[in-house]
Design a protein around this ligand. Structure first.
Ligand code: 5AD
Ligand code: SF4
Length: 473
């Protein structure tokens, strides 16, 4: 059993991360372990987790497991968890109640959790105490070892915990089963060294490790060959890409090299305003296949709170960057993340956040109530904002954000914009759906032959969170 340790997870060394191309192996005797067995995996949280799930699915299928869309007939259930806020935790523990019930009916069922929650010391202690009927627990650093973890658990018929606190090498040969045939996540880096005071990610995902450019470029070239139209370059803090590499190679260099591959659409998430430099803006502007869409978390509009959050920029420098981006790309969308109710946030601080929103008029925003995460510095500050105040601030903020989302969408009415058609709309399968270059969701009238294509769509109606349109043939 290997359990996580918060102090170790916080450590950072200057040791160079190694790249391994043969560390993931499924031994011959494990290739049939899942024969005639079905797996169900549920993913919580961010795109990084979704992409990890794509890896886990491929690994399980290399062991002959088959995917099932429902939990009820599964032989293996995995929850790929998120630790970012308390409610993500609660959802997982709620789900474990349901799984326990299924396990009582079917003792051969294998049940496990993985992902960020598995990296948390307190969660593991709780699992060992109250949920020790689970079969496997593994973390974010050892997905490649899943075949062996599963095998060990099945053989010893006991809970197998393998969570490493310290990240290892970058492993390049993990297979992937992508959810989409047209757009793909491409990891460019793992971990984060920013240590914003509220955030658990630097502990659950480890130190920043950038993937070498040749592997990234190769992956994009392969995707083009397979017919992919869009890649999203993934990292917790993509603008810091390359800072840990021995050679001088930055996010701007990478963006330029990915743009030169000729892939039709490039996106990247998530940006930290601190590392967003002029060179990046120049490259985004220069290449038409880098999409005019930037997710730029603000977190707070109060300099006092930003300082407490350890964000290392001010509201003035955020606004300056925002304006530079808009000047360079007048047709673009900029979205953000905002936390309300951080400890010591006064009405005045909150008002300053609203002021920045009024100035930037974001296309949309993810808004959150601060959730103390055990082990982070912010969790040690007295939480002196009442729940009522937090809820009231969230509601007020959401109303303002929605107003600007609708206003931003209004500008699209009767305009023709490029949309990558991803498939049929969930609500109405006679309609198509896709995203504009600026990442606006559009429900579209048009023939299915356009699925997988980037087509011109005329916007016929706009709402707060989506638009309607018609394919222009
Ligand atoms: N409480 C509330 N929101 C948080 N986020 C990260 N950590 C916390 C926390 N402890 C939000 C930030 C981040 C987004 C992914 O989640 O806004 O940008
Ligand atoms: Fe968390 Fe800050 Fe790193 Fe983003 S940049 S993952 S908010 S520590």
């Amino acid at each position: 059993m290997q359990t996580p340790n918060l102090l170790k997870a916080r450590q950072r060394t200057n040791e160079q991360t190694l790249t391994k191309t043969n560390e993931y192996i499924v031994k011959e005797n494990l290739k049939k372990l899942g024969l005639k067995k079905k797996y169900y995996i549920k993913t919580y949280g961010c795109q990084m987790n979704e992409h990890d799930t794509e890896n886990i699915k491929a690994i399980l299928e290399e062991m002959s497991f088959e995917e099932t869309p429902t939990m009820d007939n599964a032989d293996l259930i995995l929850l790929n968890t998120c630790a970012i806020r308390e409610n993500a935790h609660n959802k997982v523990f709620g789900m474990l109640g349901r799984i326990k019930h299924l396990k009582e009916q079917n003792p051969n069922l294998i049940a496990g959790i993985c992902g960020c929650m598995a990296q948390e010391e307190t969660v593991i202690n709780e699992i060992l105490e109250k949920y020790n009927w689970l079969d496997i627990v593994f973390g974010t650093h050892n997905i490649h070892n899943l075949p062996n973890i599963l095998y060990t658990s099945i053989n010893k018929k006991d809970l197998e915990v393998e969570v490493l606190s310290i990240e290892g090498n970058i492993i390049e040969n993990i297979p992937v089963k992508r959810d989409s045939k047209y757009k793909a996540w491409v990891n460019i880096m793992y971990g984060c060294d920013k240590f914003c005071t509220y955030c658990i990610v630097p502990y659950t995902r480890g130190k920043q490790r950038s993937r070498k450019k040749e592997y990234i470029i190769d992956e994009v070239k392969q995707l083009i060959k397979q017919g992919y139209k869009e890649v999203t370059l993934l990292g917790q803090n993509v603008n810091a890409y390359g800072k840990d590499l021995p050679e001088q190679y930055t996010m701007s260099n990478l963006l330029e090299d990915v743009a030169k591959t000729g892939i039709k659409r490039i996106r990247f998430v998530t940006s930290h305003p601190w590392d967003f430099n002029d060179e990046m803006i120049k490259i985004i502007k220069k290449y038409d296949n880098i999409m005019p869409y930037i997710h730029l978390p603000l977190q707070s509009g109060s300099n006092k709170i930003l300082k407490l959050m350890g964000r290392r920029y001010t509201k003035e420098s955020y606004i300056e960057l925002y304006k530079k981006l808009k000047e360079a790309m007048p047709y673009s969308s900029i979205t953000t993340d905002i936390i309300v109710g951080f400890p010591n946030e006064t009405d005045q601080d909150f008002q300053e956040t609203l002021n920045v929103v009024n100035e930037c008029k974001f296309d949309s925003a993810f808004t959150f109530i601060f959730s103390p995460r055990i082990g982070t510095p912010a969790a040690k500050i007295a939480d002196n904002v009442t729940l009522e105040e937090k809820n009231q601030r969230l509601q007020q903020l959401n109303e303002l954000i929605n107003k600007y989302s609708k206003e931003a969408n209004n500008n699209y009415l009767n305009k023709t914009v490029p949309v990558l058609i991803e498939g049929t709309s969930e609500k109405n399968t006679k309609m198509l759906m896709g995203y504009t270059d600026t990442m606006k969701l559009v429900n579209i009238e048009g023939p299915k032959k356009y699925i997988g294509e980037i087509v011109n769509v005329k916007i016929t109606d706009v709402k707060t969170w989506s638009m309607d349109g018609k394919v222009i043939e």
